[in-house]
Design a binder for this molecule. Structure first.
Ligand SMILES: [Cu+2]
Length: 479
């Protein structure tokens, strides 16, 4: 096949005259419209954070409302001191000190709360927040072009949804997703039992998550069974309207977050600005965006405002079809390996409470005690397919946010044991929740293999790019 063959050229359609079909892209509203379904928010977590962390750290501006500003640039030096990587991050306006983190702060919310998130942007380009795996109204779904996009001109948009399934989700900008998600504009969204932010353990552990462990007796003392028909919504004791908030949940002592990600540093070099691939302006020969006319190129390129969408657009040459990861991360912790290598992340990584909705002690690498229940939440945020292999038998209790064997999905699946050494395959954006409860000490590693997104090579082999090792240490209890 030859690209000089005219038959292989793809004709680009002009969109001049089609602005009506693209209104949300060109002129997104800056304010939250008056929606008939809008309810008063009931999320207790912002107030909990203010109370627990102190107003010097976290001060609520709008009661019961989570805030996210998109986007803040963050430059991080690579582990090998070879390059600066540009990240796109959220900032929480209520967080007095925070200035953007990779990945974004984890949002925890009790099941059933009316969740509001005020999302503010500083576009153009506009942004969205997509609540991956939640089921909001279309206006609140946060998919670019298909729902509200947030420009920088107004007061932002308040997303509304009610999370109804306890589990592991994430949120991300869904505008120019190949760039904005890939550059780090995402965070975890964890749905917890309705009473998760009440009582003495609200800011720590143990906590509970959804599971059906009726076939796994080693969790019997930590597990509350539920009604096979009613699930979490109905009566255990026969009293409709008085459901047990812990039906079909298990108590866990230790929580670890494995957000598995990769970066192509060439993308960072060539599209360091969110305006890359946004119409308007011009790109210099070295690929950098300029609001000014660029006169040193040959021929000179005038930077024009997009008064006539589809006519004035100027885009750089594309490269987002060609992803070549060269840096890898586990929940923001660099994997110190180059392509083809194997390396462990260090031990002792703990997520600060301000980045975990006020809950202190969430781990990355696992450090637990014998007989403790360890919950590992795994997200594949990489562009590539990955495989996760544990050094110990684990029980997979949930997949993509939905707990296996828990009504209303109980008839179609069940929690299952994944034997030590068995690779678990994941494609992009997928999640699973795994439980470990070991009766003997462990000092080992889980392995995460990152494979090329390009699929099998001509020999039929899918290239392995890098292997990350995550420490799993389970000790005898300290005396
Ligand atoms: Cu964005």
């Amino acid at each position: 096949m030859s690209f000089s063959n005219p038959a292989h050229r793809i004709v680009r359609k002009r969109i001049a005259g089609m602005q009506g079909a693209w209104t949300k892209m060109w002129d997104p509203p800056g304010e939250t419209p008056a929606l008939p379904e809008r309810l008063a928010p009931t999320n207790p977590v912002p107030a909990f954070m203010e109370q627990t962390l102190g107003q010097d750290v976290f001060r609520v501006d709008t009661p019961n409302v989570v805030q996210r500003r998109l986007l803040h640039g963050l430059t991080l030096r690579t582990w090998d001191d070879a390059k600066d990587l540009e990240f796109m991050t959220f900032r929480d306006s209520d967080d007095r000190e925070g200035d953007g983190h990779f990945p974004g702060a984890t949002i925890r919310v009790p099941r059933g709360a009316i969740f509001h998130c005020l999302a503010q942007a500083s576009g153009p380009p506009p942004h969205t927040i997509h609540w991956h795996g939640q089921e909001p109204t279309p206006m609140n779904d946060g998919v670019g072009h298909c729902s509200m996009e947030i420009d920088g001109g107004g007061n932002g948009y308040t997303y509304q949804l009610q999370p109804n399934f306890i589990g592991t989700y994430f949120y991300h900008c869904h505008r120019n997703t190949v760039q904005h998600f890939e550059f780090g504009l995402y965070g975890m969204f964890l749905v917890e039992p309705p009473d998760a932010f009440e009582g003495p353990n609200a800011g720590g552990y143990p906590r509970r998550t959804a599971a059906n462990l009726e076939n796994f007796s080693k969790f019997d003392d930590k597990y509350v069974d539920g009604d096979a028909t009613w699930g979490v919504a109905g009566p255990l004791d026969g009293a409709l309207g008085d459901p047990d908030p812990h039906a079909f949940t298990v108590e866990y002592d230790v929580e670890a977050l494995w957000v598995l990600d990769d970066r192509d540093s060439v993308w960072s070099d060539l599209a360091s600005d969110a305006k890359a691939f946004y119409p308007g302006g011009a790109f210099t020969e070295d690929g950098h965006f300029s609001d000014e006319a660029v006169l040193d190129t040959n021929p000179p390129v005038a930077a024009l405002p997009v008064n006539r969408p589809g006519v004035d657009d100027q885009f750089p040459k594309g490269f987002f079809h060609d992803f070549n990861a060269d840096y890898w991360f586990v929940s923001g912790v660099p994997v110190p390996a180059h392509k083809g290598g194997t390396a462990s992340i260090p031990s002792g990584n703990v997520v600060p409470a301000v980045l975990n909705s006020g809950v202190a002690g969430m781990q990355v690498d696992v450090n637990a005690e014998v007989d403790q229940v360890v919950l590992i939440r795994v997200l594949n945020a990489a562009y590539n397919r990955i495989e996760v292999t544990f050094p110990v038998d684990v029980v997979i209790i949930a997949f993509d946010g939905r707990a296996l064997g828990v009504p209303p999905f109980a008839r179609y699946n069940h929690a299952f044991e994944l034997k030590a050494g068995t690779p678990y395959h994941m494609s992009t954006a997928r999640r699973f929740d795994a439980l470990i409860r070991s009766s003997s000490p462990i000092n080992s590693f889980a392995e995460v293999k990152f494979f090329s997104a390009k699929g099998p090579n001509i020999q039929g082999v899918e290239p392995l790019l890098v292997t990350a090792r995550i420490p799993i240490v389970i000790n005898e209890p300290a005396l």
